[in-house]
Design a protein around this ligand. Structure first.
Ligand SMILES: [Zn+2]
Length: 79
């Protein structure tokens, strides 16, 4: 019979081979590799999303500045 440990993340028992002691605020707790990897992947995706979003914002700000400049020039040179 394989030994299992209770995973505080999934709230079920997993095979001991899949478990890692994970540091939490309450102290080290057993957690499965899969949930740790999933959390790390989610964090990476969130970071990527944040970077994309700030790039979009920067691009929008740049375009708005360009437009207002063009608008000013158009007003200056209009008869
Ligand atoms: Zn788990």
């Amino acid at each position: 019979m394989t030994e299992t440990l209770f995973c505080y993340c999934c709230r079920v028992h997993h095979d001991k081979n899949l478990m890692l002691l994970f540091p939490t605020r309450q102290g080290p707790r057993w957690r499965c590799l899969r949930s740790i990897e999933a959390a790390a992947r989610n964090r990476r995706e969130r970071d990527d999303f944040g970077r994309q979003q700030s790039e979009i914002n920067r691009e929008a700000a740049r375009r708005a500045a360009e437009n207002s400049l063009r608008l000013r020039q158009a007003t200056l040179f209009s008869p």
